[in-house]
Design a protein around this ligand. Structure first.
Ligand SMILES: [Zn+2]
Ligand SMILES: [Zn+2]
Length: 189
């Protein structure tokens, strides 16, 4: 995988949980998460699942701190993940590809995931800025994303959430207008 795509590990893991559901509950769901990452597969135990859930919490805290303007705190958390989970770089030319870097060629599955995710996030933050980290503002979502818009205007994880938020805002406005009209009639009596 190319270096930039290591940051996707962060989004994929953190977004296995939202206020409504948790899709990282058992070893099967962990297997599913790792399926698209053959470099990160291996035998998994209950402890690996716990480690991945802990990592998910740590990564989310980085987003929470970043979004609420506590940038130093976010960086401190990320730096401590980088120290706890060192990368193990190797050149690879699998599947007939050009020689390219793999960052996670050693350690347990959660260690490798943590090393790749933390390095990916560190590269992302140092290239694009910590202000690019976002948490979806739609009701009952809280998924995380990287804001790639030119003016840093993204507020939602997906188009679906953006349109759900628009509909909710429209309904709220209509309700207010309707209440204002009823209120107006009452006054006229
Ligand atoms: Zn590769
Ligand atoms: Zn969302």
């Amino acid at each position: 995988m190319d270096l930039a795509s290591y940051a996707d590990l962060v989004i994929e893991l953190v977004n296995t949980q939202d206020p409504v559901q948790d899709s990282l509950r058992d070893l099967d769901s962990l297997q599913t998460l790792l399926e698209i990452r053959p470099h990160l597969s291996g035998r998994l135990t209950r402890r690996d699942l716990d480690a991945m859930r802990d990592l998910r919490g740590e990564l989310r805290m980085i987003f929470t701190s970043a979004v609420s303007g506590r940038h130093e705190d976010a960086i401190e958390r990320l730096n401590s993940l980088l120290i706890q989970h060192p990368i193990h770089p190797q050149l690879s030319g699998h599947d007939g590809q050009d020689w390219h870097m793999h960052l996670t060629e050693g350690g347990s599955v959660p260690d490798r995931y943590a090393a790749g995710a933390s390095m990916g996030l560190a590269v992302y933050v140092s290239t694009h800025g910590i202000e690019r980290l976002g948490i979806c503002q739609a009701p009952l979502c809280a998924k995380v994303y990287f804001d790639t818009t030119a003016n840093r205007s993204r507020r939602h994880c997906s188009d679906l959430c953006a349109s759900r938020a628009d509909v909710a805002a429209y309904r709220a406005r209509r309700r207010e207008n309707a209440e204002a009209e009823i209120g107006g009639r009452d006054c006229g009596r």
